[in-house]
Write a protein that binds this ligand. Structure first.
Ligand code: ADP
Ligand code: MG
Length: 542
């Protein structure tokens, strides 16, 4: 400002603006410098950022490529696995199908083989032998309380098995005894789990045969406690020895067979048949009529005799035959008869039956004159041409001619036809007495006598089968009342089924082997083809 003194205002103004401009110039060069530096820095940063981003994207690309590759490989792997799985599935399906085909073929072949075997059995007149192995039972159920100590040991050890539906295997090794490993073949073998239903299913075709005109006999053979009565009748009621008809699924062959017979008969023309029943027991070689009656009702102890007729058939004169109209009536009668059955509690079985029980169901079919066949060989002449037809009808039918629903057309209608003929077919159902060996049961006195009679009658049965098997001219039917009574069924007049019953327990090994031996011999019997009764075609046949 000192220098400004003495200067004019315009000079001062000039100097002032020059100074301002200089300062402006100085500031703008600093800004430019700063701008340059900043720009350079920014460029550098941008460059490094770019290269970083580039790096990053390269890295990312690389990584994503690798992952993509991995995903692709994994997908390929999965696809391959899927294909393999599908192939396996297809193979499994194919295998399953072929297994099913093979199983079906096997079943068909088995059925064919069975059918062929059955025809062979029919042709040869073989005795069909089935074997049922009962379940192991809790101690005391099937065996008495007083079994000897020796027998109590190993009481529940199983030695008999059904290896398939035709084979029994007995396998046992006891210290001090030779080991046993034997198989037995039968037409059918039932294991412990097979129900009464299944057993009956195999018996049912025989009943169709019965209605076709064949005699049929089914008998249960085995030691006491092996399941004969269970198989033939069903579980027994403790208090009165009758069998329970409450539980249908537990019913045995006799009640089921009767139901089936009446079912089959219901398809026949009403009035063309009637059914009679007789119940006998063979005890100590005597035949007792369990349906015998006096004026006051049932009596026990009525003995009957078995005779051989002129035609060579066995017959029991005076034997009570009761007419029954349905299965319930039949079962009621059988149950009443059973309550009279002689028993002696041996030590083997608390309720052992010491007699043979023979229940016979006779179907008489009436054929009117127009339908007679030319061959008529079954009935004796006296029965064949009945001048007084009404006398051949059972008492009940004569008394009650119009009430029966199953035989709606009354016998009087049939009486009007002069020429009436009958064909009788017979179903014999036999529950044999226990086949245990004497001495094993610990019996003495009267019971020993019973046992020895039982053994003699069962030996007689085996002898008869042996004689038939060897085709001997003399068959010793008359050696025992049992065989004499069953003569026609045993000798080839009937389709015969023996149902062997065995206990699986080791303690009954001896008896089981004896039973299996009996069955094996029975199977070898060839009696020649069983004859069919000649049924003319009934006029009212549906
Ligand atoms: P058996 O008449 O041969 O002397 P049972 O038929 O009386 O023999 O049978 C003896 C016991 O075994 C009975 O208590 C019976 O109910 C039982 N039992 C027999 N077989 C069978 C079976 N298959 N299933 C169940 N229990 C059976
Ligand atoms: Mg019994």
């Amino acid at each position: 400002y000192q220098g400004l003194a003495g200067r004019s205002t315009s000079e001062v103004l000039q100097l002032y603006s020059a100074h301002g401009q200089q300062q402006k110039l100085q500031r703008s060069s600093a800004v430019t410098q700063l701008h340059g530096v900043l720009k350079k820095r920014l460029k550098q940063d941008l460059k490094s950022l770019c290269s970083f981003v580039l790096e990053l994207s390269k890295d990312f690309q690389h990584q994503s490529k690798t992952h993509l590759c991995q995903v692709l490989t994994a997908i390929q792997g999965i696809q391959l696995e899927n294909e393999a799985m599908q192939m396996f599935q297809m193979k499994a399906f194919d295998l399953e199908q072929s297994l099913q085909e093979v199983t079906e073929r096997y079943e068909k072949e088995k059925q064919k083989r069975r059918a062929l075997h059955n025809s062979l059995v029919e042709l040869r007149g073989n005795i069909r032998v089935h074997c049922r192995i009962r379940p192991l039972l809790p101690f005391g159920t099937a065996s008495g309380q007083a079994i000897s100590e020796d027998r109590q040991r190993n009481f529940s050890e199983k030695v008999a098995y059904a290896t398939d539906d035709e084979t029994v295997l007995v396998k046992c090794s006891r210290p001090g005894h030779a080991p046993i490993n034997r198989t037995f073949q039968f037409e059918r073998v039932y294991n412990a789990l097979e129900s009464q239903d299944i057993v009956f299913a195999d018996v049912a075709p025989l009943l169709t045969s019965l209605l076709d005109g064949y005699n049929v006999c089914i008998m249960a053979y085995g030691q006491t406690g092996s399941g004969k009565t269970y198989t033939m009748l069903g579980p027994q009621l403790e208090e009165n020895f009758a069998f329970s008809i409450e539980d249908e699924s537990e019913l045995g062959i006799i009640p089921r067979a009767t139901q089936e017979v009446f079912r089959l008969l219901s398809e026949k023309p009403p009035g063309s048949y009637w059914v009679e029943v007789s119940v006998v027991e063979v005890y100590n070689n005597d035949i007792f009529d369990l349906l015998a009656k006096d004026n006051y009702g049932k009596v026990f102890g009525v003995k009957r005799e078995v005779v051989t007729t002129r035609e060579g058939k066995s017959d029991v004169p005076l034997l009570m035959h009761e007419t029954v109209e349905n299965a319930a009536e039949f079962l009621h009668l059988v149950n009443k008869g059973l309550q009279l059955r002689v028993r002696h509690p041996t030590l083997v079985h608390a309720h052992s039956s010491r007699s043979h029980l023979v229940v016979t169901l006779t179907i008489t079919t009436i054929i009117s004159g127009d339908n007679f066949g030319t061959s008529w060989e079954d009935e004796p002449m006296s029965h064949r041409l009945n001048k007084d037809v009404s006398c051949t009808f059972p008492q009940k039918m004569r008394d009650n001619k119009s009430t029966s629903s199953s035989r709606a057309s009354s016998p009087t209608q049939l009486e009007a036809t002069e020429k009436l003929k009958q064909v009788k077919t017979r179903l014999q159902l036999v529950d044999l007495a226990g086949s245990e060996c004497v001495g094993m049961s610990g019996v003495t006195g009267a019971a020993l006598r019973e046992t020895s009679y039982i053994n003699r009658s069962l030996s007689a049965l085996a002898d008869v089968l042996g004689a038939i098997a060897e085709q001997r001219s003399h068959v010793p039917y008359r050696n025992s009342k049992l065989t004499h009574l069953l003569q026609d069924s045993l000798g080839g007049d009937a389709k015969l089924l023996v149902m062997l019953c065995i206990s699986p327990d080791q303690k009954y090994l001896t008896e089981s082997m004896q039973t299996l031996g009996f069955g094996t011999r029975a199977r070898q019997v060839q009696r020649g083809q069983v004859k069919k009764k000649n049924f003319p075609v009934p006029s009212k046949a549906k």
